[in-house]
Design a protein around this ligand. Structure first.
Ligand code: TPP
Length: 636
């Protein structure tokens, strides 16, 4: 196989085993997408990786990581107004940030067309909730396609793009974590590159683009009419699949990943229900659903998260007077988590015990698992992480009664033992606002907020401004590591590079000074004693104070270093004759490279230690020796 980038722009038809996120990029290429924007967040970062693998001079569209999802949506919208097919993609909760813009999109005449790709996260695999974004789509009158596999990702993106263009409107492609990450062989069509037409096509006459006062109603009417026209098209389009098992008694109506899980769960069934797998889930294809309901006596709606399809299906049955028994989310457990094959089987067994030719028998979770369960691996900071040194040092400056408010990012992990820093968490950029509220009527307890650098640029600035504006007395610690680490090292406004080229790095200090912050301290986090001292100073100030706790992300740094010629691995070691078994390294510094043996001695795990030496200063007995080159006998 050629490199991924070359594959994604191949002009002949081909087939390849790819991830949903990769299939999406090929679909963008074939559909003639011209502008793509994003802000990183799981489960979508691999989309940007696939885009980045296409040599820039051959990439048929412009791509940028914007500072947040709202801005990304606006950039894509602006490009759409100028006649370019555009796409924005981001994770589930990203839609909350983009919402103020997103909810207006359907009112507009987006002449180039716009596809909004959502990475929803049932199961909250890497999100702070598992919100069902179909609700927001319905609120904003935006149609939703929901693929269940990489092949459908590819197919439905192209359909969504075509509709978006034809109707000058936004269309959602709602992917979920395991659709993004699933792999399968996808058959790709030929790609005919077409030269970019740079003619500016923005014309206010294509609008109105100003939704105020009386203009809003006709704009909303048009949005609703477009939605109806999509519903009308859906009746005759092949945006759903009927799977005929010759069963006029039982039917399963489903969409997205639950379709695959249901197929899996039915493998061992003695009677298989017929299935209707919807591609377009909003608006629901009425004729197809009604005919499915009419031809089956009992229909089970299998959908992840909230009963949205179920409600629509019940409405159709009621309005069309169809005598059918509809089953759906009967117990609250069915609203929670991913619909894995195990779970779908349990649900089906509960409702239809005779499906498997046996009496009702609860299949315990993971009963069908072939491999033994993997031991739990709690999230932890990487060896050498600057945040660890920071937490270790900051902890020494804090008092038991102080209140710490975390934000989203790698530093969130500080809430875990041994640091236990971060007693409240909400969403990106929320820490300063929450800390401000906590600081009211509070003179005894200090309130300390934390923010990562990408998060500060993303959504942190309004909260900081509010602290200044309303004179809240909190301390903010900016955990600056030069990258958006948690989501895979994407550059941000402070990195000195954007996705495409070097750029001027925005200095956080300058930014804060420009906003009027008077008390700013900064240090490298490996200077632990200095950091402890600065945090104490900052806490003593009876006004807003900021400590910039800086150290490059060591995972990124080491990856880059390892690629350089002559790289030699380093590691620290323990001088057993000096070690007093105080366990500061294991119990308070908490680097995973230290291992406490059964005999009470402490050992360095050479495969984990990166030899950064940030631990040396933590040992009260001075037993950790400075980093040395790993001897070849120890190198793996
Ligand atoms: C609204 C929203 N968008 C994206 C994400 C995904 N996400 C999780 S942490 C994070 C940022 C991490 O970067 P930074 O603030 O620099 O902290 P670091 O992980 O580098 O310590 C992002 C983008 C999210 N949780 N919420």
């Amino acid at each position: 196989m050629k490199s991924m980038g070359e594959m994604l722009i191949r002009e002949v038809a081909f087939s390849e085993i790819v991830m949903g996120n990769t299939a999406l990029v090929r679909a963008m290429v074939e559909a003639g997408t011209r502008v793509v924007t994003s802000y990183p967040g799981s489960p979508t970062p691999e989309v940007a990786e696939a885009i980045g693998s296409i040599p820039p001079e051959k990439r048929p569209f412009y791509f940028e990581f914007s500072t947040n999802e709202k801005v990304a949506t606006e950039v894509a919208y602006g490009a759409g107004l100028n006649g370019h097919l555009s796409t924005v993609f981001f994770k589930s909760v990203g839609l909350n940030v983009a919402a103020d813009t997103f909810v207006q999109l359907s009112l507009m005449n987006i002449i180039g067309g716009m596809v909004v790709v959502l990475g929803d996260d049932p199961g909250a695999n890497s999100s702070q909730n598992e919100q069902d974004n179909r609700h927001l789509a319905m609120m904003a009158y935006v149609p939703v396609f929901e693929p269940s596999s990489p092949t459908e990702v590819y197919r439905y993106y192209k359909i969504a793009a075509q509709l978006a263009r034809d109707k000058a409107m936004p269309v959602i492609l709602r992917m979920t974590t395991h659709v993004c990450h699933a792999k399968e062989r996808v058959h790709f069509d030929a790609y005919r590159p077409s030269p970019l037409d740079p003619t500016p096509r923005f014309d206010p006459a294509n609008g109105p683009y100003i939704p105020i006062a009386s203009a809003v109603f006709p704009m909303k009417r048009r949005a609703l009419e477009r939605l109806q026209s999509i519903a009308a098209l859906a009746d005759d389009a092949d945006w759903h699949k009927f799977i005929d098992h010759g069963n006029s008694e039982l039917g399963i109506l489903t969409a997205g990943l639950p379709f695959l899980s249901a197929m899996d769960a039915l493998q061992s069934a003695s009677r298989k229900p017929d299935m209707l797998n919807l591609g377009l889930v909003y608006p629901i294809p009425r004729k197809a659903v009604a005919s499915f309901l009419k031809t089956h006596r009992r229909v089970h709606v299998i959908e992840e998260l909230d009963p949205i399809l179920e409600t629509a299906v019940r409405t159709i049955a009621q309005e069309e007077d169809i005598a059918v028994h509809i089953y759906g989310k009967t117990i609250t457990e069915d609203w929670i988590g991913e619909y894995t094959p195990d779970k779908v089987k349990r649900i089906l067994q509960r409702q239809w015990p005779d499906l498997y030719g046996e009496t009702l028998q609860e299949t315990p979770p993971h009963a069908t698992q072939i491999t033994p369960p993997v031991p739990a691996r709690p999230p932890q900071l990487c060896p050498g992480c600057g945040h660890r040194s920071a937490f270790y040092a900051i902890g020494k400056a804090l008092q038991e009664k102080d209140i710490t408010v975390a934000d989203i990012g790698c530093h969130t992990l500080g809430f875990l033992p041994p640091y236990r820093i971060g007693q409240a968490l909400m969403c990106m950029g929320a820490s300063t606002g929450i800390a401000s509220g906590l600081s009211l009527f509070q003179s005894e307890r200090k309130v300390i907020a934390f923010l990562g650098d990408s998060t500060l640029f993303h959504a942190g600035l309004p909260g900081i401004l509010n602290v200044l504006f309303n004179r809240h007395r909190i301390t903010l610690i900016v955990m600056e590591n030069g990258t958006t680490a948690m989501t895979g090292h994407q550059d941000h406004a402070g990195s000195g590079r954007n996705f495409n080229k070097p750029t001027d790095a925005v200095s956080i200090r300058n930014l804060l000074e420009g906003m009027g912050v008077q008390y700013i301290f900064e240090t490298d986090t490996y200077q632990q004693a200095v950091l402890t001292d600065l945090v104490r100073k900052a806490l003593d100030i009876d006004a807003f104070s900021v400590v910039i706790a800086r150290h490059p992300c060591m995972l990124k740094f080491m990856r880059e270093k390892r690629r350089k010629p002559g790289f030699q691995r380093m590691r620290v070691s323990i001088d057993a004759s000096v070690c007093r078994k105080l366990y500061e390294c294991v119990a308070r510094f908490g680097c995973p490279s230290f291992l406490r043996e059964a005999d009470g001695s402490v050992r360095i795990q050479t495969d984990l230690c990166i030899g950064d030496g940030s631990c040396v200063q933590t040992c009260p007995a001075g037993a950790i020796r400075k980093p040395e080159i790993v001897p070849s006998s120890e190198a793996s």
